[in-house]
Design a protein around this ligand. Sequence first.
Ligand code: PLP
Length: 410
Amino acid sequence: MQQNNYEGQLMSTPYPKPDPYGTLSMPIYNTLAYEFETAEEMEKVFTGKEDKHFYSRISNPTVEYFENRVKNIVKAHGVTALNSGMAAISNAFFTLAWSGSNIVTTSLLFGNTYSFFVSTLKAFGIEIRFCDLTNAEETAACIDENTCAVFAEVIANPQMEVVDLQMLSDVAHKKNVPFVADTTLVPFTVFRAADFGIDIEIVASTKYISGGATSLGGLIIDYGTFDWAHSSKLKSVPTESENAFNFKLRKEVQRNLGAYMTPQSAYMQTLGLETLSIRFKRQAGTCLKLAEKLQSLPEVKRVNYTGLPDNPYYEISRKQFGELPGAMLTFDLESRERCFTFLNNLKLIRRSTNLFDNRSLIIHPASTIYGVFTPEQRVAMDVKDTTIRFSVGLESAEELFDDICQALNG
Ligand SMILES: *Cc1c(COP(=O)(O)O)cnc(C)c1O
């Protein structure tokens, strides 16, 4: 698969002039409210007849600039920036779902998404249908007239299951249901969601885009590819049927939930966006090298990285994401105790959560992110006591491998 160069494109949208100082970068408009010349203009803006900022819970120039840069890169219909990945997920599903509707998904999900589905949404009468999303017939059989979305993560965190996106999209579309995917683990510089039939893309920009772990953020990217006349909830939204999701989200849900991105975060995430492609190539390249090297160590029982040819998802991963499917891998040691000793012995690699920081980060998911789930739930989510999750940073492969070896032997 050909690797595209995005470095130029990531920088290409200029900040609209005139600016009194001719600033090169978009300033942080650290403002809540905006002033109007006349009451008539105010009326027009507040009633949506004129498009201007009026309150920063709804829109802000610095955040809008970040949204527009993403929009230009992915060629989307609408991009909405929220204050975390979970805010993006909750805003998207409060827009899509209704009491009595169901979501068809898998139990191999990011922990908070799982909890949002089975605890938060369930209390509003929304049913969560877990099925094997790698199986087209089973997935099709789970969908009915009350299905509001088929939802998947492009690479499950931390289980690393990879679904066939075009297959899932075809299954969903055949039943007039939108396909929603969390693409956090593979940035849009290597993989364009719309090319694989994803209608609504969700990104925790906290991760790859922020880069240096500077700020939380989430994106809802609407490709305008689904005809919402098929949705019993969104068909009555007063706009063209392709725009119904975006309209409902921007004119209602996002305002009411109040989790819009702050201008400070948007500024930092815009900077992160500019180095995204370069950081990704370096970090994912190192990740592949380390995955290969880790396989040769007798203490390491299993390495899970979909860029390794013996991985069960290698072919589909390569088709969708190319040679470098992300900068996160997991590996298994003999026991939970071995995992803890190993973590405690590390000198360079940091014990921390988060993904795709500039620094390499390591965590034992079963005792931390999944620590409050019951052992049965962990089994259902395929989170093992022997598994370590490793997010590869900008350090060299040699330095990282040396640290791993000394920690295993120490
Ligand atoms: C981190 C993460 C989220 C949530 O993002 P936050 O910004 O922490 O709310 C959602 N999905 C995936 C796959 C993630 O890794």
